[in-house]
Write a protein that binds this ligand. Structure first.
Ligand code: CMX
Length: 133
């Protein structure tokens, strides 16, 4: 199960507009997509840095997983996402190797990718996402 590259890094923020301003005006990277993922209760903003994206995540509901994260830990790195092929095969492989899955089967995520999350309790504290184009 070799990840191809880091697809994106997800960052939990309280306010998308304020954080976009920092990325655009201070770091100088352009936001190329803003998308609400209703299923995940987040509004996202994407930036490309080389092959890897930064995904800013603003919660859209009090019961959003990102709101829960911010309440508990504050703003900051929320997850890391690896690009893979054959995502469902990879999820099965991981489960067979004792990794706790949040998603047993892939589902549609932002940017129309097939995604699946691994539980941070089995990945040394890092919420991990697999993504397939
Ligand atoms: N990174 C690392 N650890 C995390 C975490 C994160 N992002 N989110 C929660 N945890 C830890 C908590 O700190 C807690 O640890 P302790 O028990 O030691 O305190 C434990 O995991 C359980 O956390 P919780 O706050 O009780 O939250 P839940 O169990 O309700 O949910 C999780 C945690 C990861 C299962 C849930 O957030 C989830 O299913 N996430 C996947 C979906 C998601 O995050 N969607 C938003 C992004 C979508 C997108 O990218 O488009």
């Amino acid at each position: 199960m070799i990840p191809k590259y880091i697809e994106h890094i997800g960052i939990a923020v309280k306010n998308l507009d304020d954080s976009i301003k920092y990325y655009e005006e201070i770091l100088g990277v352009k936001c190329y997509n803003i998308e609400e993922v209703t299923d995940q209760k987040v509004k996202t903003a994407f930036f490309k840095i080389g092959q890897t994206k930064i995904e800013l995540l603003e919660p859209t509901a009090t019961d959003s997983p990102v709101q829960k994260f911010i309440d508990k830990r504050g703003e900051g790195i929320h997850h890391i996402a690896f690009a893979v092929d054959d995502i469902n095969k990879k999820l099965t492989y991981l489960e067979n190797n004792g990794i706790k899955l949040i998603d047993k089967q892939s589902r549609k995520g932002a940017e129309n990718l097939n995604i699946g999350f691994l539980h941070p309790k089995s990945t040394f504290g890092v919420l991990t996402e697999l993504c397939e184009k």
